[in-house]
Design a protein around this ligand. Structure first.
Ligand code: UD1
Length: 378
C-alpha cells in the first residue's frame, strides 16, 4: 500500500477522492481528473487505485495512454473471491479515510471497487457521488447489478448517462434533486482519442498489421463469468465464432479470466479467430472502430459502438444500457448459436441497425459533473 502522508489543504480547497480499480474505470476517471485540474482550483483530485486490476495491460497502460496522473494512493487489493476482494479494498480504503481528510468520494461504474469504497465512505460519514448511476439489468445474478443497486442506495449525488437510469432511480425512491443527466464520461474519452488517433501514424499500432492483412473483419470480446466460466457455454461460443470466421476473420483480445478458462478447458476457436492479449486503448479503438461487426458481452463496448455507429451484437440476455438498443446500433442476441449467426448475417449483408449518438454523449460529460460538484461540495 502507498504510505500515507498527512497533507493539509488550504482552507478553501476540497479534496475529492476519485476511485478507480478495474479496466473500465480508468477510461471514466481520466476526463474527470482532467476537468478538475483544468478549471476548478477549489476541487483537488485525490486519485485512489484499488488494485482490482493490476497487470500492466489491464491497468498501467491506460494511465500512460490516457495521461492519468499516478495515483495518490494504491490499495493493491489484487484478485480473489468477491468477498475477499471487496473486503481488502474496504480495509485499505478505510485506512485512507481515517488518515487523510476526504471531503467527497466519487466512484464510477459497477465493479467491486465501486461498491467497496461507497460502503466504506458512507460509514465514515463522507458524501458520495456515483457516476454512471441508475443503470439496471434487472438481473441479480450479475455481480455488477448488486454493486449498482447498493452504490446508488448510498450515493448522495447520482450522475446518469441515459434517461432510463433517471427513471430507474425515481422508481427506487431517489429524490430528483439528487440526479443529474450529464451524458457519458467514457464517451468523453472516446471522442478525445478518436481525434488523437486521426493524428497518429497507424504503423505505430499493433492492430495496424491485422487491418492490413484483412480488409474486412469482426471483433469479439467476452469476459462475463456467465459466458466464460462454464466449459459448455464457452465451447458453444467457440463453435459460433469459428463458423462466423469462415466468412469474416475475427480478432478476439482475451481478458485474463477468459484466457485462463480457454486454456483450462482446452477450447479451440479454429484458424480464423485470431486470439490476442488484452490491447491498449488506442490499439483497441483502432481495431473496433473499423470493424464490420462487434460481438461482445462488455457494457462499455455496447455504448462505444453506439457512439461511433459500429454494428454491435450483445452476447447476453439483457442490457443495463437500453439506449444502445433503442437509439444505437446494439442488438441483444443472447447466447444461442443460431440467433447469433442469423443476426451476424443480417449485419454483414448491410441490414444492420442505423443508430444515432444519444443526446449529451458529446464529449463534455466530465465538465458537467465537475461543474456540478463545484456548486454542491460544501
Ligand atoms: C471485473 C468486473 C467487471 C468488469 C471487468 C472488466 C467486478 C465484479 N467485475 O471483472 O464488472 O466488466 O472487471 O475487465 O468487479 N486478472 C488478471 N490480471 C488482472 C486482473 C484480473 O489476471 O490485472 C484475472 C484474475 O485471475 C482474476 C480474474 O482475472 O481472478 C477476474 O478478475 P476480477 O477483477 O475478479 O473480475 P473481472 O472478470 O476482471
Amino acid at each position: 500500500m502507498t504510505p500515507l502522508a498527512r497533507t493539509e489543504l488550504p482552507m478553501e480547497q476540497r479534496r475529492i477522492c476519485l476511485v478507480a480499480g478495474a479496466r473500465p474505470n480508468f477510461m471514466k476517471i481520466a476526463p474527470i481528473v482532467r476537468a478538475m485540474r483544468d478549471g476548478f482550483d477549489r476541487l483537488q483530485p485525490f486519485l485512489v487505485h484499488t488494485g482490482q486490476h493490476y497487470d500492466r495491460e489491464m491497468s498501467q497502460v491506460f494511465f500512460e495512454e490516457l495521461a492519468i496522473p499516478d495515483p495518490d494512493y494504491n490499495i493493491e487489493s489484487g484478485s480473489g473471491s468477491h468477498a475477499e476482494q471487496t473486503a481488502r479494498i474496504m480495509v485499505g480504503f478505510e485506512e485512507l479515510c481515517r488518515a487523510v481528510r476526504l471531503h467527497h468520494v466519487l466512484v464510477v461504474g459497477d465493479v467491486n471497487s465501486t461498491l467497496a469504497c461507497s460502503v466504506t465512505a458512507k460509514k465514515d460519514g463522507i458524501p458520495i457521488s456515483h457516476v454512471e448511476a441508475g443503470l439496471r439489468s434487472f438481473d441479480m445474478s450479475m455481480p455488477e447489478e448488486v454493486n449498482r443497486i447498493v452504490t446508488d442506495a448510498l450515493s448522495d449525488w447520482l450522475f446518469c448517462t441515459e434517461r432510463s437510469a433517471v427513471d430507474n432511480l425515481v422508481r427506487e425512491g431517489k429524490s430528483p434533486q439528487t440526479m443529474f443527466l450529464v451524458g457519458h464520461v467514457m464517451i468523453d474519452t472516446l471522442l478525445c482519442h478518436c481525434d488523437r488517433l486521426a493524428r497518429t501514424d497507424p504503423a505505430t499500432l499493433e492492430s495496424a498489421s491485422f487491418k492490413k492483412q484483412f480488409s474486412r473483419y469482426g471483433v469479439v470480446t467476452l469476459h462475463r463469468p456467465s459466458n466464460v466460466d462454464d466449459p459448455l457455454i464457452l465451447g458453444d461460443f467457440a463453435r459460433t465464432f469459428a463458423e462466423i470466421a469462415r466468412d469474416l476473420p475475427l480478432v478476439f483480445p482475451l481478458h485474463p479470466r477468459t484466457k485462463k478458462n480457454v486454456e483450462r478447458f482446452g477450447i479451440d476457436f479454429g484458424p480464423s479467430v485470431v486470439l490476442t492479449p488484452p490491447l491498449g486503448y488506442m490499439d483497441f479503438l483502432n481495431l473496433w472502430k473499423d470493424a464490420a461487426i462487434v460481438l461482445t458481452d462488455s457494457g462499455g463496448l455496447q455504448e462505444e459502438t453506439t457512439a461511433l455507429g459500429v454494428p454491435c451484437l450483445t452476447l447476453r440476455e439483457n442490457t443495463e444500457r437500453p439506449i444502445t438498443v433503442t437509439e444505437g446500433t446494439n442488438t441483444i442476441v443472447g447466447t444461442n448459436h443460431t440467433v447469433i449467426l442469423e443476426e451476424t448475417k443480417k449485419i454483414l449483408r448491410g441490414h444492420g441497425k442505423v443508430g444515432k449518438r444519444p443526446d449529451l454523449w458529446d464529449g463534455r460529460a466530465a465538465e458537467r459533473i465537475v461543474g456540478t460538484l463545484a456548486r454542491l461540495v460544501a
